[in-house]
Ligand binder design. Structure first.
Ligand code: VIV
Length: 293
């Protein structure tokens, strides 16, 4: 077992262990709830920030704040409560990763009827998927790419995306969720999607802005520059399994995670893994803090 790890690329364990020590120490200084953080949980934040302790700490604090400030989304992670939306084949995670190991997500916005579902419920679908895929080692290292099909985008949709929601969207895209966003691909975006995009864009850091690609109606020609035909559904110019089937499969995956998601939603920090027993670093940081007065 030299240097290889189940479910992921070879990764040196030593830098990760050092990162865990560093992040645990910093989190204990910044957060009273940090004593119970599991290694698994902290690892998500470290890998999302390439093991940089200070950046991981910032991400961890932002994640906690985002959850606190968006209870209508973060406290309600229930696939069965949005089953009607999922059954319209609104969302899928493709069964195969792309050439770089990223997860590929598809959102078909036109399937969302804004009369039936409020934006926060639609948002919760993304949060559920994000919580699930962020538990995968490979995804922690290689991130995700999302394809938004905006065919059918209407005024009814636009009216639901207010500035407060736009800000919540840009927060999770930039620095409030432990996932690397490696690409955002918009297809079939109509002209009147621009004002909505103009509302989200200013809040995004340059790094993310540069990863947003607008493909328009002729997406079949340009999407293939980013994704191999073997993984994309035929509806998106590929030769992979059809969109309806992959949506159904992912809906089932979500439904099977109902209990897990419920636990994440109701947990104070979102860390549902088993905490370390009597972690020596906690005791040491506490001792240091006592002696500092
Ligand atoms: C961790 C994480 C979350 C939680 C996430 C997304 C990504 C890439 C993540 O990594 C993308 C989707 C989003 C922001 C939820 C969006 C929900 C709204 C209601 C959909 C409306 C349609 C948008 C107007 C379409 C354009 C969106 C792009 C400019 C991002 O949720």
């Amino acid at each position: 077992m030299s240097g290889s790890q189940p479910g992921g690329n070879p990764e040196d364990l030593e830098p990760l262990c050092l990162g865990l020590l560093g992040l645990r120490r910093r989190a204990l200084q910044e957060l009273s709830s940090a004593r119970t953080f599991s290694d698994q949980f902290l690892t998500k934040f470290l890998r999302a920030r390439d093991l940089d302790v200070e950046l991981s700490l910032k991400l961890l604090l932002n994640y906690q704040r985002w959850r606190r400030e968006s209870p209508e989304i973060s406290r309600c992670l229930s696939p069965s409560s949005v089953l009607g939306l999922l059954n319209t084949t609104y969302h899928a995670v493709l069964p195969q990763r792309d050439h770089s190991g990223s997860r590929v997500l598809i959102y078909r916005i036109g399937q969302w009827d804004p009369k039936d579902w409020l934006a926060f419920q639609v948002f919760s679908v993304s949060l559920m998927t994000s919580e699930i895929i962020s538990m995968e080692t490979e995804t922690q290292m290689q991130g995700l790419k999302a394809i938004f099909d905006l065919q059918g985008w209407s005024l009814g949709h636009a009216l639901q995306v207010n500035p407060s929601l736009a800000r919540k969207m840009s927060s999770v895209l930039s620095d409030s969720f432990p996932l690397k966003v490696r690409g955002i691909h918009l297809v079939n975006e109509p002209m009147f999607f621009r004002p909505v995009f103009a509302m989200i864009r200013p809040f995004l850091p340059d790094k993310i802005r540069q990863r947003i690609h607008m493909h328009g109606a002729a997406f079949q020609e340009t999407l293939s520059d980013f994704f191999s035909a073997s993984i994309l559904p035929p509806e998106y110019g590929g030769e992979g399994p059809g969109i309806e089937g992959v949506c159904q499969d992912w809906t089932n995956e979500l439904l099977q995670s109902e209990t897990l998601l419920q636990q994440i939603a109701t947990h104070p920090t979102g860390d549902i893994a088993i905490p370390p027993e009597d972690c020596w670093i906690s005791e040491r940081v506490e001792a240091e803090q006592l002696s500092e007065g």
